[in-house]
Design a protein around this ligand. Structure first.
Ligand code: SAM
Ligand code: SF4
Length: 339
């Protein structure tokens, strides 16, 4: 009797026809910094028993790659504080060699990048995002509460030395670093980095009111277009940023503007927390527990849980920041969901 081969699991298409091809994997919710817009000073992190093992993360990544995910970004918390991160990157990086995955990337604060850059490069990481909100050591320390700018710059230099392209992410904060956006752009041009500006999003309670620091990026963009003669650039990474270019240079400038422009129609991503919860949207609380599915029923249960999650993906986030003293749109911090 002829046997019927099992059909491969279906691609990930959500209820609005969007194809999910990008997974953000938060490898830890912990961090060695305490950026003021991201975290409170005293944070309660997940107990270690609640965090996925590296083997579980790799197995879940395998399942997503089998379902058509082409890009994976390791994030956190700070991904480089997770022990074994190099091994996890190498394990996921095997999919690059087979052609099943197009890209493995990382978002980091770069405090430990000098130490990890060679292993990440060996795993196939070619591009990284580094969060850097100021080039002034004292201001950098004030924003991050504990950070040492020198360490971060050494980390960036180490990444470049092993051939990685660097994109700087700068959260633009009213009255904090808004006077530095031009200087940051000039520095990125001189160093050959791309630069993306980000609006603060109302995620999780921090120690201050974000409305005081919220800087709409439409004004920043107009100002930079005028000062630098920025021109449109067709480059898209599949992410929400829209790019401009500094003429005569390789530096692209992006703007992530969840509050001034909604970009949800083209959303192609989902996010896995370090505890194994899959969130369909940064701005919504719906999630599915992939850790439980994997532990209870292995790959079949995992695929079923991913399908269940897909049905929950909303059309759009619901962020608003105008209401002073309003509770954050979402109680989870960016560091918990994976920025
Ligand atoms: N620790 C790593 C880092 O800082 O790059 C990775 C995780 S961090 C949560 C990812 C990105 O989210 C960073 O670029 C950070 O600036 C940004 N971020 C954190 N909280 C945010 C918020 N409330 N609004 C906007 N961006 C935020
Ligand atoms: Fe840590 Fe990144 Fe949040 Fe800063 S933005 S506190 S580096 S997780």
């Amino acid at each position: 009797m002829a046997t019927i081969a099992p059909s491969p699991p279906a691609a990930l298409i959500d209820g609005f026809g969007r194809r999910i091809s990008y997974l953000r994997l938060s490898v830890t919710d912990r961090c060695d910094l305490r950026c003021r817009y991201c975290m409170g000073e005293a944070m309660t992190f997940l107990p270690r028993s609640a965090v996925l093992t590296l083997e579980e993360m790799a197995a879940i990544a395998d399942a997503f790659v089998a379902r058509g995910v082409r890009r994976i970004r390791l994030t956190g918390g700070e991904p480089l504080v997770r022990r074994g991160i190099g091994e996890l990157a190498a394990r996921i990086g095997r999919h690059l060699a087979t052609g099943a995955l197009d890209e493995l990337t990382l978002t980091t604060n770069a405090t430990r990048l000098a130490e990890h850059a060679p292993a990440l490069a060996a795993a196939g990481v070619r591009r990284i995002n580094v969060s850097l909100d100021s080039l002034d050591p004292e201001r950098f320390r004030a924003i991050t509460r504990t950070g040492d700018l020198g360490q971060v710059l050494a980390g960036i230099a180490a990444a470049r030395a092993v051939g990685m392209a660097v994109k700087i992410n700068m959260v633009a904060l009213k009255g904090v670093n808004e006077d530095e956006v031009g200087a940051m752009l000039r520095w990125c041009v001189a160093e050959g980095h791309d630069l993306t500006f980000i609006e603060t999003m109302p995620l999780g309670v921090v120690d201050e009111d974000r409305t005081d620091r919220y800087l709409p990026l439409d004004g920043v963009r107009r100002d930079l277009i005028e000062r630098f003669g920025l021109v449109a650039d067709a480059h898209r990474t599949g992410g929400p940023a829209r790019y401009l270019r500094v003429p005569g240079t390789a530096t692209r400038v992006g703007f992530i503007t969840p509050l001034t422009e909604n970009f949800c129609d083209g959303c192609n991503r989902v996010r896995l927390t370090a505890s194994g919860r899959l969130y369909m949207c940064l701005g919504h609380d719906d999630r599915v527990d992939l850790r439980a599915a994997w532990r209870e029923g292995g790959r079949d249960a995992l695929d079923a849980a991913i399908d269940e999650a897909l049905a929950l993906k909303p059309r759009a986030h619901g962020f608003r920041i105008e209401e002073r003293d309003a509770a954050p749109a979402v109680a989870r911090h960016m560091s918990a969901t994976g920025g």
